[in-house]
Design a protein around this ligand. Sequence first.
Ligand SMILES: Nc1ncnc2c1ncn2[C@@H]1O[C@H](COP(=O)(O)OP(=O)(O)OP(=O)(O)O)[C@@H](O)[C@H]1O
Ligand SMILES: [Mg+2]
Length: 252
Amino acid sequence: MWAIEFEKVSKSFGTHRVLIDLDLQVRPGEKVTLIGPSGSGKTTVLRLAMTLEKPTAGDIRVFGDSIIFDAAGKPLSSSREARIRRRCGMVFQQFNLFPHLTVLQNLILAPTTVLGQSREQAEKSALDYLGMVGLQDKVYAYPAQLSGGQQQRIAIARALILKPEILLLDEITSALDPELAGEVLDVVRGVAHETKVTLLIVTHEMRFAREVSDRIAVFDAGRIIEQGSPDKIFSNPESERTRAFLHSVSNH
Ligand SMILES: Nc1ncnc2c1ncn2[C@@H]1O[C@H](COP(=O)(O)OP(=O)(O)OP(=O)(O)O)[C@@H](O)[C@H]1O
Ligand SMILES: [Mg+2]
């Protein structure tokens, strides 16, 4: 069974076709990175997986369960959709921490309200995940007292504490200076190596993509034009457009 599967997914905004008949399958525990030019549809794929957008056509399944339709082929009710949404966690380019809450309060908010955990249970697990991202000493800090890299590491811990089966990471380092980006990427490497979570990553950091991914999918104008192992995509790409894209990012 696939962890996540897109079957003939199309997405249009008005007359603009952003994804065209997309087929994408990711195995449980696999780390797949989406690369490609700006506007090619990468973020839209992640937003569809989070049910933040609805496809215009096609189906998306998470561990075999459609996140679009119920068994009768009708659109999912909002309560079923809310349950299913929890199977995926997402971290965005902007850290989106609540500024008026401490790190600990940010971390325990969803576990206590959405999952109904006790405060004690949630705090214990918050400390575990803070350890995983190397920030146990920041437990009572407010987001404004942290660097961008630290805030992003907290955002990763906040996603992981809900134990998502699939973690979606959308350009989580693009708002950061290179040295802060490095510490965030180290945390993602750790997550990739130490947990079984399935990762769907969008990044412009090609070195990181090469290092952390089992597979790379190259997007162009709403389609996957090529996919394969990092070695194949970076050393021996088949498509002329993949070569052109890799050339354009290597000049930055
Ligand atoms: N809510 C929306 N309304 C209208 N158009 C949208 C919307 N969201 C995305 N688009 C358009 O869909 C296309 C794909 O956008 P998407 O954000 O998926 O690209 P991307 O590959 O993530 O690009 P980038 O690398 O710049 O982040 C773009 O042309 C974008 O302008
Ligand atoms: Mg994007």
